[in-house]
Design a protein around this ligand. Structure first.
Ligand SMILES: Cc1cc2nc3c(=O)[nH]c(=O)nc-3n(C[C@H](O)[C@H](O)[C@H](O)COP(=O)(O)OP(=O)(O)OC[C@H]3O[C@@H](n4cnc5c(N)ncnc54)[C@H](O)[C@@H]3O)c2cc1C
Ligand SMILES: *[C@@H]1O[C@H](CO)[C@@H](O)[C@H](O)[C@H]1NC(C)=O
Ligand SMILES: *[C@@H]1O[C@H](CO)[C@@H](O)[C@H](O)[C@H]1NC(C)=O
Ligand SMILES: *[C@@H]1O[C@H](CO)[C@@H](O)[C@H](O)[C@H]1NC(C)=O
Ligand SMILES: *[C@@H]1O[C@H](CO)[C@@H](O)[C@H](O)[C@H]1NC(C)=O
Length: 555
């Protein structure tokens, strides 16, 4: 009994009391720690600063979280140097202010720049930490977390047309969040996820130490490559392994409406795309379009390809594997792999290469009011399943909704589920992302649109992965569950609910790592990995992370 009491007291002593004037004290602490008043004037934006709002909104991708009712931070710090982050972590910890780290600001639920918890928080915006150093001879790159995918592709392309990095499509996506959550694009069937190709990293931990792969150890290095940003520290930079691509690749798009047999083609695609040669990436975007002739509403499936080869190799290959689609040369273009990403983002052919480094150039799925969800599909969906969906696309709310299907298979099947925290490997035919979006003047009715996507998600239940219904952390969805603000026993049990969906059994190892590196749960958000509840830590630490499943199940 006495021992238990001691443990409880010890646990309680970890709780940090929040100060009464957090903003003032925070500034005071930062000005001492950042060295002198000139650096605080350059680096810190408080709410009184006239640029505060524009800086806060600058990279926020989801306008749902930039409205006047969205909670804002006490301050935004824009570090120029690692020491500025160390100082900020120190002050926030001391004063009980939560930290939100932002790289590219694409978090679907805005967790990098706002919070649903009613607590004082601060944003560390890595926008100024974005250098990209390419080493062509060694085929490696050191890239800072604040760089975007487009900046990375651009810098590599300037040095070599036959090397690149297998990350995502959206050129404004930040590497900090993307690599932390996995990251796939048009090369995952050949080379795996972005996170699978990270070979070193520099991270600032809760104590303000700068750790690399060697000093952080393999457990933590494992956790930051897919376990979601924000749980373990702040990743400053990543060392990436570059991969070979041909100087020109082929990118194609074929569009088919329901009248043009889209249902049959989408159905058939499920049997073909994941088994194709690894050099072929194939995805489908389903949306509603209005015919320009008679203003008739039509559901349309856009099939897109990126092939690591030439047009005259791809067309006969598809005639053999997927003749029903009817791919012809006129559907295809040759270009550098970097440019093929702009094509997949629906920029026109020949758009300047500098679009890749233009953070303000808008792709059709950036900078808007939206809600998205994800699913993984392991068995082909019957045609009748798709037919039931089309009706939903005819509903009013779906006017600019999209459902995106991207084939997995290939290298994704070869990487063991436990290799990184991202567990959605062998057995998945494809991933689905559902997205509904609306205009500013419709935001007053946002619940109507949210309702639409929930209905679609419910409708899809029988056709997608079950127990758990898996989800992709980079398509963050807080409707699958969130942590309570306090890390009590109840919130741990709650975290398991969303945690198993994103990570399956890797969740257990993530909790183990979290307990080791941030037992006080300083780095947290609505969906961060919780440390083991205090009373259970002693037993857990004795065990090997591979066989502690039972312990977690008891909680
Ligand atoms: C337009 C668009 C296109 C997309 N395209 C793709 C795609 O092709 N493939 C794909 O896989 N995904 C894609 N995504 C999803 C994207 O990968 C995730 O939203 C990703 O987490 C965004 O990273 P970010 O740095 O831009 O976001 P942020 O909002 O800055 O961060 C996301 C999360 O990571 C944390 N975080 C950020 N930086 C760090 C850091 N340095 N250290 C620790 N934690 C950090 C944040 O606190 C937050 O919790 C797309 C998203 C959008 C909006
Ligand atoms: C204040 O800090 C800035 C940036 O770190 C530095 O360049 C400058 O020399 C410092 N000034 C003084 C007076 O210490
Ligand atoms: C706002 O903050 C920035 C960065 O700290 C600083 O350069 C600028 O002078 C501030 N502006 C005002 C009006 O306070
Ligand atoms: C649709 O499929 C039918 C039979 O499978 C075929 O005859 C027809 O040509 C197809 N239509 C289009 C537009 O491809
Ligand atoms: C790539 O394709 C384009 C368009 O067909 C062509 O102009 C260019 O010469 C090709 N470049 C290489 C290196 O093959």
């Amino acid at each position: 009994m006495f021992r238990i009491l001691l443990v409880i007291l010890f646990c309680l002593s970890w709780k940090i009391t929040t100060s009464a004037h957090p903003a003032r004290e925070l500034l005071h602490c930062l000005s001492l720690r950042l060295g002198n008043s000139s650096s605080i004037a350059e680096l810190v934006y408080t709410r009184h600063n006239s640029s505060f709002s524009s800086v806060l909104k600058s990279s926020a991708q989801n306008f749902r979280f930039t409205t006047p009712s969205t909670p804002t931070p006490l301050a935004i710090v824009t570090p120029l140097h690692a020491s500025h982050i160390q100082a900020t972590v120190y002050c926030c910890r001391k004063l009980g202010v939560q930290v939100r780290t932002r790289s590219g600001g694409h978090d679907y639920e805005g967790l990098s720049y706002t919070t649903t918890y009613k607590v004082p928080f601060l944003v560390i915006d890595l926008v100024n930490l974005r250098s990209v150093q390419v080493n062509v001879e060694k085929a490696t790159t050191w890239v800072e977390s604040g760089a975007t995918i487009g900046e990375l592709y651009y810098e590599i392309l300037l040095k070599s047309r036959t090397l690149t990095f297998p990350a995502g499509v959206g050129h404004t996506v930040g590497l900090g969040g993307h690599l932390s959550g996995g990251g796939y694009g048009s090369l995952h069937r050949k080379y795996g996820l972005a996170a699978d190709n990270v070979i070193d990293a520099r991270l600032i931990d809760v104590k303000g130490r700068i750790l690399d792969r060697k000093s952080m150890g393999e457990d933590l290095f494992w956790a930051i490559r897919g376990g979601g940003g924000a749980s373990f520290g702040i990743v400053l930079a990543w060392k990436l392994k570059l991969v070979p691509v041909p100087a020109n690749v082929t990118a194609c798009r074929v569009t088919r409406t329901l009248e043009q047999n889209a249902t049959k083609l989408v159905h058939r695609w499920q049997y073909i795309a994941h088994k194709l040669h690894k050099d072929i990436h194939m995805g489908i975007a389903i949306s509603r379009v209005t015919s320009s002739e008679d203003e008739k509403m039509m559901v349309r499936a856009d099939f897109s390809f990126v092939f690591l080869g030439s047009i005259h190799e791809l067309v006969p290959l598809m005639e053999e594997k997927f003749p029903e689609l009817g791919l012809v040369k006129a559907d295809c273009f040759e270009m550098s792999w970097a440019e093929s990403n702009l094509y997949l983002e629906h920029f026109p052919i020949g758009v300047p290469l500098e679009t890749l480094i233009d953070r303000s150039s808008k792709s059709p799925i950036s900078k808007m009011f939206f809600k998205a969800k994800s699913d993984f599909v392991k068995q082909p969906i019957p045609e009748t399943g798709f037919e039931g969906l089309w009706g939903k696309f005819h509903e009013e709310e779906a006017k600019s909704a999209v459902m995106q299907l991207v084939a997995y298979g290939g290298k994704m099947d070869e990487i063991p589920e436990t290799e990184t925290p991202f567990p959605h490997r062998a057995g998945n035919l494809y991933i689905i992302m559902y997205l509904v979006n609306w205009e500013e003047e419709e935001n007053i009715n946002s619940e109507k649109f949210m309702g639409w996507i929930r209905r679609v998600y419910n409708y899809m239940t029988p056709f997608v992965s079950k127990s758990p219904r898996e989800a992709y952390i980079n398509y963050r969805d807080i409707e699958i569950g969130t942590n309570k603000i306090n890390n009590d026993k109840g919130s741990y049990a709650q975290a398991r609910i969303w945690g198993l969906k994103y990570f399956k059994n890797n969740f257990n190892r993530l909790v183990h790592v979290k307990t080791k590196v941030d037992p006080e749960n300083f780095f947290r958000n609505e969906q961060s990995i919780p440390p083991l509840p205090c009373l259970l830590k002693k037993g857990a630490n004795k065990r090997n992370h591979n066989n502690h499943g039972n312990l977690y199940d008891q909680i």
